[in-house]
Design a protein around this ligand. Structure first.
Ligand code: ATP
Ligand code: MG
Length: 297
């Protein structure tokens, strides 16, 4: 398996705060990998480390087989990072032309990427007059320029209207089919990426919580139990303390455990002095599974 992105114990602290801690990333080439985590999880920090915009406190990473910021990696990489820097006094078209002058390519490529993101009509207006969504589309055009081998997109649908979100989603979905490129895109909403991504990387408070095919997180194989007790909070602490994945869905505590584990589970709860009203198998959604990952961190 060739990796488009890999990192080894990648760590970045701001003062004492570990924004990213010991991250071991393995993003297979040719996948659409969604990079998920709540606000402040460390997604943008990770992406900036991968792009060489930020130096790690410790650890290493590689992008397309090169250290971050390496000219060979940058040549084959398209990126969209939080608050993209665009030239406000220039038009959208001129902004793409600057990328073309730096990276080489035909003028038709400039028109193509503007067309792809639906910005042809506004291409000759100056960027300082653009709306947030228009800026985001233009930034996406810059990222797509030259059909890069790897697309790194930090919340590409930020600021877009529902139609725009749908368009970008379709665009991203088609990229690997059309060019064989790898897409690594961040989001804090599972529902927004679950239809297009094949793989997931989940981080929370700078720590890796899951990495692998989205189908495995869905947990066909993983059994869950639904529990109702008199002290849900205490039960959750107790089960988490035993290393189990737990989440809360009022009034139930949901815990990942096989049917064989049920007697031990019941006895643990009862021995701890809890009143057990209900304990039964339960299928959980991808969303519940995702929330359980964040709960445990
Ligand atoms: N330049 C900085 N100086 C100090 N702290 C920072 C800096 N950049 C990020 N952080 C902190 O690092 C943590 C991770 O931030 P980051 O921007 O990577 O999160 P994120 O996952 O991208 O969040 P969001 O979904 O809100 O974009 C946060 O606690 C943030 O406050
Ligand atoms: Mg961010």
């Amino acid at each position: 398996m060739t990796l488009a992105i890999r990192s080894d114990a990648l760590t970045r602290r701001f003062g004492k705060l570990p924004a990213v801690e010991g991250l071991n990333l393995q993003v297979p080439e040719g996948t659409i990998t969604a990079f998920l985590g709540p606000n402040g999880a460390g997604k943008t920090t990770t992406i900036r480390l991968l792009l060489g915009l930020l130096k790690p406190t410790s650890g290493t990473c590689e992008v397309l087989g090169h250290p971050p910021g390496h000219v060979e990696a940058l040549r084959q990489l398209g990126a969209l990072v939080e608050s993209p820097s665009l030239y406000g006094h220039l038009t959208g078209y001129e902004n793409v032309e600057i990328t073309r002058l730096m990276r080489g390519g035909k003028k038709t490529e400039t028109s193509r990427v503007l067309e792809v993101v639906g910005m042809t009509r506004d291409a000759n207006r100056v960027v300082q007059d653009y709306s947030l969504g228009m800026r985001q589309r233009l930034a996406m055009a810059l990222a797509l320029f030259g059909s890069p081998r790897l697309l790194v997109l930090d919340e590409p649908t930020n600021g877009l209207d529902p139609a725009g979100i749908q368009e970008i989603r379709e665009l991203v979905r088609k990229v690997p089919e059309q060019t064989g490129a790898t897409v690594f895109l961040s989001s804090h909403i599972l529902a927004e990426v679950e239809q297009i991504a094949s793989n997931l990387v989940v981080i929370h408070r700078g720590l890796l919580r899951y990495q692998g095919p989205i189908a495995d997180l869905g947990g066909q194989g993983a059994a869950w139990q639904q529990i109702r007790v008199d002290q849900a909070g205490r039960a959750m602490e107790l089960l988490k303390g035993s290393g189990l994945e737990v989440t809360f869905e009022d009034p139930y505590v949901l815990v990942q455990a096989s049917d064989e584990g049920v007697p031990a589970l019941a006895s643990l709860l009862v021995r701890s002095g809890m009143a057990l009203y209900e304990l039964k198998p339960r299928t959980v959604s991808l969303e519940t599974r995702f929330l359980a990952l964040l709960e445990g961190a």
